[in-house]
Design a protein around this ligand. Sequence first.
Ligand SMILES: Nc1ncnc2c1ncn2[C@@H]1O[C@H](COP(=O)(O)OP(=O)(O)OP(=O)(O)O)[C@@H](O)[C@H]1O
Ligand SMILES: [Mg+2]
Length: 375
Amino acid sequence: MKKITTDSLREALKKITFPDLENQNLIQLDIISSLSCDESGKVLCVLEVPPMNHHAFSQAQKAAEKVLKGVKGVTEVTVVLTGSQKKIDASKLIPSKKELKKKINLEYVKHVIAVGSGKGGVGKSMVAVNLAATLSTMGYKVGILDADIHGPSLPMMLGTSEKPESVDGKTIIPIESHGMKYMSIGLLASKNQPLIWRGPMVQSAIFHMLKDVRWATKEDLLDYLIMDLPPGTGDIHMTVCQSAPLSGAIVVSTPQDLSLIDARRAYGMFSKLNIDVLGLVENMNVFECPHCKGQTHIFGSEGVQKESKESKLPFLGSLPLDISLRESADKGTPFVLKHPGGTIAQAFKEIAKNMEEQISYVEARLKSNTDTALI
Ligand SMILES: Nc1ncnc2c1ncn2[C@@H]1O[C@H](COP(=O)(O)OP(=O)(O)OP(=O)(O)O)[C@@H](O)[C@H]1O
Ligand SMILES: [Mg+2]
């Protein structure tokens, strides 16, 4: 059998190009650390990619496998991604929002907003639900996606576990709840079923809930899709940041140092992945005793406001620790819909308005960047 040369393999790999990286091909990117073929036609190709870019390069990995298999005489192909400290501009690897929207069937969704925190139990889901409901009372069409595939909270907080249906066997119709569209992995699994996900499954579950759910159509646009993220800065967050066309992210924290440490990690992660942080929300800032009306700062006071000044990230608003917020969440009705005239509903309106303002700044900045690029 004719020996397969690495030149012929490299020639095949040149077919893989990266439109987001000035159309360079895989060879020009200079990320192949090893390429070999043994006598029986088994090919091993090692791509050295910074760990934070692994998601973005998984497509390239598959494409490399395909083109190498097409080389005459090749019997088996293994392409692996390994970590590297090489600098590849992550921002360039992430397709533009417009491209992402098209790819993920969210062309008719105006803004996708992620709500994260870093730390667990600080009120992300409560904020996501009430912010979504507030936007809906402001006249917007709103969807809410529970991206917490390990511990979905929305079926409880929105008070419905109805199974979503599909009309064509491919697309899922999101559930309508309190005037909003919503989807959670909790709707597809039985209540006490353990949700165990391995690496690649995480990505496909998130993709599935973004791409295969009919969030919006040309005739039925969505203004906001709010994504409730799980705690931490792991695989799910990376997938969301790199596959969802985010207009920005909101970080929720209590004023406590312990929570702020993780909030810093969260906004650091968003910035690193080129996601605009629209601002910080302070939750559980103050507790007012329902009996004596005395105020206690159980988790400290104004820590998030100070953090916002130091980090120069916008401060979107503050929420108290209030028993009726918890009760409402447990009973499945967004608090702001139950008590629309109260101070908490007002605080959520402030948060929503501040968020809108930040989105408009981001849009203006992106527009001016595009205008400059066109000159
Ligand atoms: N300001 C608040 N006042 C009273 N209860 C609150 C407040 N914020 C959140 N809670 C309650 O605290 C609990 C945790 O909140 P939530 O589930 O929103 O946190 P989370 O950050 O989403 O948690 P996880 O990291 O597990 O997803 C819930 O029972 C919620 O109703
Ligand atoms: Mg949650």
